[in-house]
Design a protein around this ligand. Structure first.
Ligand code: OAD
Length: 240
């Protein structure tokens, strides 16, 4: 594929990129949403009604993310290499709440669905690093309110973060690449249309299998991310 080497690139990642690092995806067999009603653990109403259930769901995920066997894989590292070596701008937008892109060294990164290792105080609105369990008695380190802390992830019914910056980047992108996402959740599932309609960008999907909106991409590469992503990126960088 030949695109100008100063062309701006936007990459979107989803849970599939972290699967080979040991973190479960959401949908499909053994997925995080299997046997769980999403609105009971990932919505503002659930947090109001049954905060213990919500805290417990995210405590388990935080503990898993922090276990020593969870590490970035070759796909995360390939994206860091792209950011470092591509002469144009590369914006990485992730739906993932894990920190594996940061651990691999990516810098120009937006967590549109928030971050599992951050807590937010609903009383004073401060956001801070939080690595231990959280419960209804947790104390805000900033304002000392009791029981006002929540995990800083975007729940269903809430607006994803930094959408103005993301939309602007999509409008100007010459290449949009979607990696490891099923295309079930908007607005991320609609990014391919924004990129292709605004600037006639090349649009590529890299996933284990065709996603729900696979037909909207110019091209798809299918297989495990730890193989397909480094392969795609090395071909892209070979063309500089
Ligand atoms: P999903 O679980 O919906 O989809 C993960 C995708 O990754 C699927 O299409 C799999 O085929 C693919 N996949 C699995 N293993 C892979 C591998 N080794 N290599 C490449 N692809 C692989 O996850 P997302 O699309 O990220 O939102 O889900 C989007 C949002 O839905 C999440 O951010 C979360 C969830 O509800 C919120 O919680 C707000």
């Amino acid at each position: 594929m030949k695109i100008s080497n100063t062309a701006p690139i936007v990459i979107l990642t989803g849970a599939g990129i972290s699967k080979e690092s040991g973190l479960d995806t959401f949908r499909g067999n053994g997925g995080l949403w299997e046997g769980i009603r999403v609105e009971e653990v990932a919505s503002p109403i659930a947090f109001q009604k049954t905060p213990d259930i919500v805290h417990s769901f995210y405590n388990k995920r935080r503990e898993r993310l922090l276990s020593p066997d969870i590490k970035p894989n070759a796909a995360h590292y390939a994206l860091e290499k792209l950011e470092k070596e591509w002469p144009g701008e590369v914006l990485l937008v992730t739906q993932n709440v894990d920190d594996l892109h940061e651990r691999a060294g990516s810098k120009n990164l937006i967590h549109m669905h928030g971050e599992l290792l951050n807590a937010r105080c609903v009383s004073c609105h401060h956001i801070f690093l939080w690595k231990k369990d959280m419960d209804t008695q947790s104390i805000c380190p900033n304002c000392t309110a009791v029981g006002a802390l929540r995990v800083n992830v975007v729940w269903f019914g809430e607006i994803p973060l930094m959408m103005d910056v993301i939309e602007n980047a999509l409008i100007n992108a010459a290449l949009f690449v979607s990696i490891g996402t099923s295309g079930n959740v908007y607005p991320a599932a609609g990014f391919v249309q924004v990129a292709s309609r605004s600037n006639d960008a090349r649009t590529i999907e890299i996933n284990l299998e065709p996603s729900l909106n696979a037909d909207q991409f110019s091209k798809g590469y299918y297989g495990p991310a730890s193989e397909t992503v480094p392969d795609f990126i090395s071909k892209l960088l070979d063309n500089i």
